[in-house]
Write a protein that binds this ligand. Structure first.
Ligand SMILES: Cc1cc2nc3c(=O)[nH]c(=O)nc-3n(C[C@H](O)[C@H](O)[C@H](O)COP(=O)(O)OP(=O)(O)OC[C@H]3O[C@@H](n4cnc5c(N)ncnc54)[C@H](O)[C@@H]3O)c2cc1C
Length: 170
């Protein structure tokens, strides 16, 4: 690994442009992890991670309920992680509307129906980022329980989806 400190590099190790947030910090959810690490620490991975050649990546098969589920939770929790700490009224209304539409169009119809039923019984908490992150964690736990999976500790939602794990949590 090279430890040469890069100050606000324009291009990442992937060759793609580094995207910065409005506060000038590298955007965690807009860059690949290696590009983000490069922009924040200046560290370049010894070798680029082995990637599927593009022509093989295009041969991936249509997603099943598990792949759709994991990708969808990733999207939803990442939305929570980037939702404003103190959203204005429009942002709160938009998020509620988004969740309803998300349930309407969810590709696994019975999953979407159950999610909408959960929404009906549990009004989404959208007044702060943390309130939404915890509400979403509870919604995800409802599905975990339905599928016989362990519940996730919702006190840790921000470490899992925003800040990264603290040493004592590992
Ligand atoms: C709205 C919705 C409804 C679904 N309903 C069904 C259904 O009815 N039947 C069905 O078979 N599948 C359903 N799924 C898919 C299912 O929830 C899983 O996504 C899928 O089984 C793959 O599970 P996984 O073990 O890979 O981890 P996932 O459950 O997809 O979780 C991904 C990661 O999220 C983290 N995580 C786990 N729980 C939480 C939590 N509570 N809060 C925050 N982070 C957490 C963990 O790090 C985990 O590795 C649904 C998905 C969605 C988005």
């Amino acid at each position: 690994m090279s430890t040469e400190k890069a100050s606000e590099p324009k291009v990442g190790v992937s060759g793609r442009k580094i995207v910065y947030d409005k506060d000038g910090k590298p955007c965690r959810t807009c860059n690949s992890l290696t590009d983000f690490q490069f922009a924040t620490t200046g560290i370049k991975p010894a070798k680029a991670a082995a990637k599927k050649p593009v022509k093989d990546a295009y041969k991936d098969i249509p997603p099943d309920v598990e792949v759709i589920g994991k990708s969808s939770w990733t999207l939803l929790h990442s939305i929570a992680a980037t939702y404003p700490e103190t959203p204005d009224n429009k942002q709160q209304l938009d998020l509620k509307q988004f969740l309803k539409l998300f349930g309407n169009f969810y590709p696994c119809w019975y999953c979407g129906d159950d999610f909408k039923e959960y929404l009906g019984k549990n009004e989404p908490k959208v007044d702060t980022q943390d309130a939404f992150g915890r509400w979403l964690c509870d919604a995800h736990n409802e599905v975990n329980v339905k599928l016989g999976k362990p519940k996730f500790d919702c006190n840790l939602w921000k470490q899992r989806w925003k800040d990264g794990w603290e040493e004592k949590s590992l």
